[in-house]
Design a protein around this ligand. Structure first.
Ligand code: HEC
Ligand code: HEC
Ligand code: HEC
Ligand code: HEC
Ligand code: HEC
Length: 175
């Protein structure tokens, strides 16, 4: 699975799709500012571009399971052990969690309700879809996102299924 790089054709396609959904349906949310803040102002761009991490090193199950999952503290701790790497106050907060051994209570933005089945493996591995189609260009995010790029709405699932000639049988999503 390849990730979007700035300036790649894929990223242009994503930007085009983004503009398209704004114009056609208003279905894609832009930051509304009313979502809660995260416990640490985590920076995706820094960890991907500067540190060189891949999505699946933190979202460990994205290629093998339904849920991508958020990284447990042990992932952060493998680099942020005790000596600070920066002078950032956000890292001080992180090192406090590490010292206490307390999991970071990250908040989730994307959520399907219990009556809907969604599998990352199916979309990312079998469907070979880029993360950015649903999540936007995460490798450019310098702060946690506050709202969904492609909102988790039945119409948004179905629109893409129609485009890719994938079934929209009610029971394929509502199991
Ligand atoms: C070093 C670990 C790390 C890497 C690498 C990483 N992420 Fe994340 N990701 C996080 C953390 C921590 C959060 C929760 C805080 C936040 O929202 O910024 C998160 C949140 C997210 C979310 C929001 C999920 C939700 O429901 O709130 C998405 C989507 C996401 N990441 C996608 C990606 C993609 C795509 C990549 C690769 C391009 C990537 N991440 C690489 C650590 C990482
Ligand atoms: C076809 C759309 C789509 C694609 C492609 C996609 N996701 Fe997601 N993502 C979702 C949906 C929908 C949810 C909410 C799932 C849920 O509630 O179970 C989600 C949730 C997440 C979360 C929150 C934690 C979790 O386990 O649900 C993370 C992190 C995430 N995605 C990362 C990624 C990464 C990394 C990629 C690419 C490797 C990716 N996603 C590709 C639609 C997508
Ligand atoms: C592979 C090693 C590695 C992992 C894993 C890692 N980081 Fe980092 N992180 C770094 C490095 C290196 C820097 C300093 C980058 C620089 O400024 O040159 C850094 C910087 C930071 C900073 C300070 C800069 C800022 O954005 O304020 C924070 C906070 C941070 N990381 C949080 C996290 C969190 C939270 C996790 C786990 C989800 C995590 N890191 C996982 C290597 C890592
Ligand atoms: C960006 C395009 C896209 C979006 C958005 C999308 N899907 Fe899909 N979906 C696909 C593709 C492509 C496949 C076929 C993957 C494969 O080759 O197996 C698929 C397959 C599926 C399947 C398996 C269908 C079967 O044949 O049994 C389910 C279930 C599913 N998606 C649920 C969802 C749900 C739920 C959402 C919304 C939360 C969603 N999808 C959003 C593109 C998308
Ligand atoms: C591609 C996946 C997909 C397919 C196919 C699908 N749904 Fe859904 N459905 C969803 C998702 C995701 C939600 C939750 C988000 C939302 O409410 O828009 C949902 C929500 C619903 C709800 C709850 C709405 C509410 O307001 O709470 C009903 C009822 C429903 N679907 C019925 C159906 C019927 C009937 C069909 C067949 C004609 C169908 N769905 C096909 C993905 C799908």
């Amino acid at each position: 699975m390849k990730e979007l790089k700035t300036g790649s054709i894929a990223s242009v396609v994503v930007r085009f799709a983004y503009a398209g959904c704004l114009i056609l349906s208003g279905a894609c949310a832009i930051s509304s500012g009313d979502e809660p803040d995260q416990p640490i102002a985590y920076n995706h761009k820094l960890h991907i571009e500067t540190v060189g991490l891949e999505c699946a090193e933190c979202h460990r199950y994205v290629e093998t399971s339904a849920a991508a999952t958020l990284p447990p503290l042990e992932v952060c701790r493998s680099c942020h052990e005790s000596e600070p790497l920066t002078e950032s106050p956000e890292e001080t907060v992180l090192l406090k969690y590490v010292a206490d051994g307390t999991e970071i209570p990250w908040k989730r933005i994307y959520h399907v309700p219990d009556h809907v089945y969604f599998s990352h493996r199916r979309h990312v591995v079998l469907g070979e879809l880029d993360c950015g189609l649903c999540h936007g260009v995460m490798q450019e995010q310098t702060a946690p996102v506050r709202s969904a790029f492609l909102e988790v709405k039945m119409e948004n699932c179905m629109d893409c299924h129609r485009e890719h000639k994938v079934t929209n049988d009610c029971l394929s999503c509502h199991r």
